[in-house]
Design a protein around this ligand. Structure first.
Ligand code: HEM
Length: 78
């Protein structure tokens, strides 16, 4: 994952970052394992991650946030 060359893909690089707990907790807003849902809310999700607001039990490590940001910047490949 850290050695991804080229653009990150949702299925390979992004979806595995979301724990079952994250998915269950956020179901009331969107499904973190669904490409369509995460792509549709990507900018709010990135904002939460960057501010360290989500997940609420502790912020992601910077490399994970960077990977998510790169996925968004490079066109959100499925
Ligand atoms: C647009 C982005 C998001 C919004 C607006 C959002 C909002 C919320 C809200 C309102 C809650 C319930 C209240 C609370 O416990 O704070 C919640 C819970 C939670 N969210 Fe998110 N969230 C977002 C993204 C995420 C992401 C990306 C993750 C994981 C990577 C995540 C993980 C969690 C977890 C684990 C909980 C449950 C906390 C607990 O009950 O202990 N959320 N979120």
């Amino acid at each position: 994952m850290a050695t991804v060359s080229g653009s990150p893909s949702f299925a390979r690089d992004i979806q595995p970052l979301f724990r079952d707990k994250d998915r269950e907790s956020m179901r009331f807003l969107f499904d973190l394992h669904s490409y369509e849902d995460v792509a549709a809310h990507a900018s709010e999700i990135l904002e939460e991650l960057e501010e360290g607001e989500m997940p609420c039990d502790g912020p992601w490590p910077p490399e994970q946030i960077e990977l998510f940001r790169r996925w968004v910047d490079e066109g959100m490949a499925p």
